[in-house]
Design a protein around this ligand. Structure first.
Ligand code: ADP
Ligand code: MG
Length: 768
């Protein structure tokens, strides 16, 4: 039995083990993978400028002076100790019995340097740590060891009040010291280590946990970072290889089929980019293994028609296609527009329908029972060649006669599991096409969708009208009046106007209720969840990163807490109905709490022009297509993320009318919110905006948004910046999987994949 298999309480003691468990550390392995968050330079004091109130912090500081104070109780006292970082001072205040405090005072002599840890409080305008825990390096009995210790970087671990960083360090050393190379199987093959001149896993663990110099921990981290990328890329390569080894029904294009008939009917010619992707899809559908493709394309780049051509090819070859949309509104719209595009081709078996046609069926969770039953039957019998729906398509009672292709529109809400659930509905694996309008940087795509091949539509079809964007100060009456004047003019001229609000009703405290329910991008909308999470971790972790995120969540999104309440759909609609400039204009309301039929009816009234002004939440964000829509007013625009704003703006300028987007805001110049809005104002290029967005967002958001659990295995790897590492790892992983698809010759790698990426399965193995 090595230190790695010994239960943690036996190694470090029950009390420490219990405190470690609170940090999520259950095993010796977990402990070794609990890397220091940062390192203090030997002899360098911690800068006090960045000690946010409420954070649990550890500082390396020098004692300046102490002063004992009496309290009302004669047996207790208060000891004030002032420590310094050589520029600023911080107060440490100890409470307790006089005897104890007297011995503290003796220990805390002026001039001594040590580590102090506690939660930062605000006291009379000064920052203070109450009853902090502390430790002096030169307390060590062995002076030689102490001297050595003082020359090394100080590792700072993510810690808790119950378990200061130096006790974690002690526990780590207990586990690490007795280990030999043979105890620590390395998931990275030796040949790669040699080529890259990287240390082994054990060496790397020693380098990060007990570095002798800065160079040491940097080298250790580099290796561990590569390992993270490599393990993840191997898992993805295996997934991809498994899919390629899976049989699928080949669905080659057929001459004289629906697809050809449809192409002949198309009212426009495909752009060069569309043609290329269509050809790519056509070839891959004709192969006897499943296509696995991600289609990225700017808002309005015409992804739907590309997908439709692929779906028709499959229908021509005797299969069915399922189109999965993130919201009811979008599913209904797809059904409507696809039925429209197909015309008689979608009316097989009906009077006047094309002989060789098919049927399009909508299937959503909230449909009336009878319609739902009919839709289920159409899917199961194969009568419907194209089935369009929401998550409802994933439910167990949905069956297909011959599912040949799954298309997922706006991928954000669909994780790997859901992709799999739908694919499991076919006897042989169906082909898969995932579409996204949010440009994803290459390395993120490689990490999150590493099992998919990527195509990109960069071009926007000609004839699209330009959109002008203006930031409007929400407090300036001239701007606001001008906005409604413009709305009126557009409507009189046959246009349509969207007014987007962050809240549904004025009574809502929960601003995000609707955003969470209806936007496809949780990273952008989960403001509340985000700050809750931050508060949570702030309580347990001693963390620079926590402090960062607290600031990002608090001040980043909104810029400043707005003094007035955020715009709500009901209020704004009421206001506009009364507004003299809009006299006689019908004003509609749309939000995620409406029933699907109501939403559908409202969208139809808007599309037809019956209700030309629509006050709405972000339900209209994705994919909604009304060509006459030309004006978009976004209220409290600083409350929305960049990709949301970009998606919203994509709703206008889709037809012949030039679009105008007015983003109302109270954000101050120089805030992150304003940086976002200025970028939004300055360009309509989604790739450029995505870059700004990514710079402002945190890693966890990016991975978490598209792929829950998996991101958690990444401790050191930064998907945005570690481009070279990820690319190299991907290359190595694919080469290895080509030779050894089942990883039979790489047991340590296989174990790492199951442990790190598939905790449930690992648990299962433990039990077996
Ligand atoms: P998105 O990529 O955002 O999903 P859509 O597929 O909704 O974009 O396409 C936007 C609009 O452009 C639709 O009305 C569609 O019919 C139209 N469209 C698609 N391709 C072309 C093209 N090559 N030329 C002109 N219009 C096109
Ligand atoms: Mg679309």
């Amino acid at each position: 039995m090595t230190a790695l298999t010994t239960p943690l309480p036996r190694l470090v003691g029950d009390r420490t083990a219990k405190a470690l468990a609170k940090l999520g550390i259950e095993t010796a392995w977990d402990l070794l993978r609990h890397y220091p968050r940062r390192y203090g330079e030997p002899g360098r004091l911690t800068d006090f400028t960045d000690l946010p109130v409420g954070d649990h912090v550890t500082v390396n500081a020098m004692v300046v002076r102490t002063s004992m104070r009496s309290t009302r109780n004669p047996r207790t006292a208060m000891l004030d100790v002032t420590v310094s970082d050589e520029r600023r001072e911080l107060l440490l205040r100890f409470f307790g019995g006089r005897g104890l405090l007297a011995s503290r005072e003796k220990q805390l002599r002026g001039g001594r340097v040590g580590l102090f840890t506690g939660t930062v409080e605000e006291f009379g305008g000064r920052r203070m740590l109450k009853n902090p825990d502390f430790r002096f390096v030169d307390d060590e009995e062995d002076t030689e060891a102490a001297a050595l210790e003082q020359s090394r970087p100080i590792p700072f671990y993510p810690a808790s009040a119950a378990l200061p960083t130096w006790r974690i360090r002690g526990a780590v050393q207990t586990v690490l010291e007795p280990l030999h190379e043979a105890d620590v199987p390395d998931p990275v093959p030796f040949s790669i280590l040699q080529r890259e001149k990287l240390p082994t896993l054990l060496e790397a663990l020693r380098l990060v946990h007990a570095p002798g110099s800065e160079e040491d921990w940097r080298r250790g981290r580099e290796r561990l970072r590569y390992e993270e990328a490599f393990v993840l890329q191997t898992a993805l390569a295996v997934r991809r290889a498994e899919a390629e080894a899976t049989a699928a029904t080949a669905r080659p294009a057929r001459a004289g089929g629906i697809r050809e008939a449809f192409e002949a009917r198309l009212p426009f010619t495909l752009t060069q980019g569309q043609q290329e992707v269509v050809a790519e899809l056509s070839t891959e559908l004709a192969r006897p293994w499943p296509m696995q493709r991600l289609l990225q394309g700017e808002v309005g780049s015409g992804k739907t028609v590309v997908a439709l051509l692929a779906m028709l090819q499959v229908v021509d070859a005797g299969g069915q296609a399922a189109l999965l949309a993130p919201t009811e509104v979008l599913a209904a719209q797809h059904a409507r527009s696809i039925t429209g595009l197909l015309g008689p081709l979608a009316e097989a078996g009906m009077l006047g329908g094309a002989e060789d046609g098919t049927r399009v069926t909508l299937l959503t969770g909230a449909m009336p029972a009878a319609a739902r039953k009919a839709a289920l039957l159409a899917a199961a019998s194969g009568e419907a060649g194209i089935v369009i729906g929401t998550h409802a398509l994933l439910s167990e009672n949905v069956q297909f006669a011959e599912l040949g292709l799954v298309v997922v529109d706006e991928q954000h809400r669909f994780g790997v599991e859901q992709r799999d659930a739908l694919r499991a509905k076919a006897a042989t694996a169906p082909h898969l096409l995932v579409m996204t309008a949010t440009p994803i940087p290459r390395t993120v795509a490689m990490t999150v969708f590493g099992d998919l091949e990527t195509s990109t539509l960069r071009e926007i079809p000609a004839g699209r009208s330009p959109i002008r964007t203006f930031l409007a100060p929400a407090t300036n009456a001239r701007w606001t009046e001008r906005t409604w004047q413009l709305a009126r003019e557009e409507i009189d001229d046959g246009g349509r106007v969207y007014v987007v609000c962050p809240r549904i009703t004025s009574q809502d405290d929960d601003v995000e209720a609707d955003l969470l329910a209806d936007t496809p991008d949780p990273a952008d909308s989960a403001l509340t969840a985000d700050s809750a999470r931050t508060a949570d971790s702030a309580r347990t972790a001693d963390s620079a990163r926590t402090a960062d995120s607290a600031r990002a969540a608090g001040g980043g999104r909104g810029g400043a807490t707005p003094a007035r309440p955020l715009a709500a759909v009901d209020e704004v609609a009421a206001l506009l109905r009364e507004h003299p400039v809009l006299d006689g204009v019908a004003v509609g309301e749309l939000h995620g709490r409406m029933s699907p039929e109501d939403k559908e009816a409202t969208m139809a009234a808007f599309a037809s022009g019956q209700v030309p002004l629509l006050v709405t939440t972000t339900v209209v964000e994705v994919g909604v297509d009304v060509p006459e829509a030309s004006v978009m007013v976004i209220m409290d625009a600083d409350r929305f993320g960049i990709s949301q704003l970009h998606q919203l703006r994509g709703r206008i300028g889709r037809g012949a009318r030039p679009g105008t987007c007015l983003a109302w805001t109270t954000a101050q110049e120089g805030t992150p919110a304003m940086t976002r809005l200025r970028a939004f104002e300055g360009t309509t290029d989604g790739f450029e905006l995505a870059q700004v967005d990514l710079e402002q967002r945190r890693e966890g958001d990016i991975l978490g948004a598209a792929q829950s659990g998996r991101g958690s295995s990444l401790r050191l790897l930064r998907v945005l910046t570690d481009t070279t590492t990820i690319e190299k790892a991907r290359w190595d992983a694919r080469a290895l999987v080509d030779r050894d698809r089942m990883l039979l010759d790489h047991p340590a790698l296989l174990a790492a994949i199951t442990e790190q990426l598939d905790p449930e399965r690992a648990e299962f193995l433990d039990r077996a």
